[in-house]
Every structure is written in C-alpha cells, then in structure tokens.
Write a protein of this length. Structure first.
Length: 220
C-alpha cells in the first residue's frame, strides 16, 4: 500500500509549495536571503523553485487515486469558465503593476495618485489564485482535487492577511493608514485597459491549452 493511501506525494508537494511562499515571508528571512544571494539571483531562484513546486503539485494531483466526494453536474463546468476571465485579468494586472502591498513588481514606480489595480484590490495576484482554486472545486469533486484547490485557495486568502500585517509593521501605523487612503482613489482606466485585454488573451490561451496539458476539455 502506498504512503497515505496514495496521497503522500500530493501532501509533500503541497508542503513544498507552501514553504516556497511562507518561508521568505518570515520576518527578516527575505532580507537575509537577498543579502546572501543578491536581489536578482534570489528573484530568479525563487521563481524557478515556486514554479517547479506548482508543476510537481499538479502532476502529483493528476497521478493520485480518484476518490469521488461528489458527482459531476454539467452546470458546474460554467463556474470556472465564467470566473477565470476575471482571475486572468487580476493576475496580469497584478504582475505588471507597481504595488506596495502585494505580489508582482513591488512598489518601484508606484504612484499613489494613479494606483490602477491597487484601487480595486491590494492583492490582485492572490485573489487571482483564490478565484482559480475555488472555482475549480465545483466541477472537480474528487479528493485529490479538493486537497489541491482548497489548500491553494485557503493559502491565498491567508496570504492577504499576512502581507497586510507584514507591510503595516514595516511602515508603521501612520504611514500604513496614509498608503491605504491614497490607494483608495479612483483607478486609472487607461492603465487597466491593456492589462484587461492581455488577461483575456491569457484566458483564451489557457482555455485552448487546458485539454492537452491536463486532459480535461472545459468546453466539452
């Protein structure tokens, strides 16, 4: 009998994925790693390790035993189909916009008078991950999918609170309140337009590549 009923590899991959994101977030850890490795090499190494951990998690999930928790219903396929365009737009906007709060390019170049996506959400990348994860729970009612999607969705939601707490501690209460107030201004529509268009292109690509990559065809 395989370890943990065949789900040991999924658990190990989940643990590695969580570690790649939670360990650098520990107080002082990121600074020590950057000083040891250099900022550029640290970012490249972290991206490679995080991507490899995600790829391993997906592969381990696909290879784990199928244990049905609830049956498939045709309407459930529409949940990710309708939610994923928003998730892709948030992902692209988060990765291409300066953001003093969350993932992406960081605060360099951030203009409080023109916050863009930050005026809508402080954590666009984490919201994209949470929407992706929870939307995919609906049509995938088996244990392996529930472990992966609920784990990643919950981790994304917890990450928002962790990022806020860490940044508030770094900035101090007064500067944190000012930053929140400045980011609440109306977003620059022009800055979001091309990001939304690119996000929809990413969604179309994922829709077309989903079958060849994961063996599931969302459109039927």
């Amino acid at each position: 009998m395989t370890a943990f009923g065949g789900f040991g590899e999924v658990a190990a991959a989940l643990a590695l994925f969580f570690a790649t994101h939670s360990v650098p977030a520990m107080p002082g850890m990121r600074g020590r790693l950057v000083s040891m490795l250099g900022a550029r090499f640290y970012m490249v190494l972290h991206s490679v390790v995080a991507t490899a951990a995600l790829a391993w998690l997906i592969a381990a999930t696909l290879q784990a035993p199928y244990v049905e928790l609830w049956g498939f219903h045709p309407w459930t396929r529409w949940v990710p189909l309708l939610v994923m365009p928003l998730a892709c737009v948030l992902l692209v906007a988060g990765l291409t916009s300066p953001n003093p709060f969350s993932l992406g390019r960081g605060a360099r170049g951030y203009d409080p008078a023109c916050p863009g996506i930050v005026a809508i959400t402080r954590h666009p990348v984490l919201w994209a991950a949470a929407l992706w994860a929870f939307a995919h729970l609906f049509p995938n009612g088996d244990l392996r999918a529930v472990l992966m999607f609920s784990g990643m969705g919950g981790f994304s939601l917890m990450g928002m609170a962790l990022f806020d707490r860490r940044r508030a501690a770094q900035l101090g209460k007064a500067e944190w309140v000012l930053l929140l107030a400045a980011s609440a201004r109306r977003p620059a529509v022009a800055g979001l337009a091309w990001r939304a268009a690119l996000g929809l292109l990413v969604y179309i690509f994922l829709l077309l590549a989903h079958g060849p990559l994961f063996g599931r065809y969302p459109l039927g």
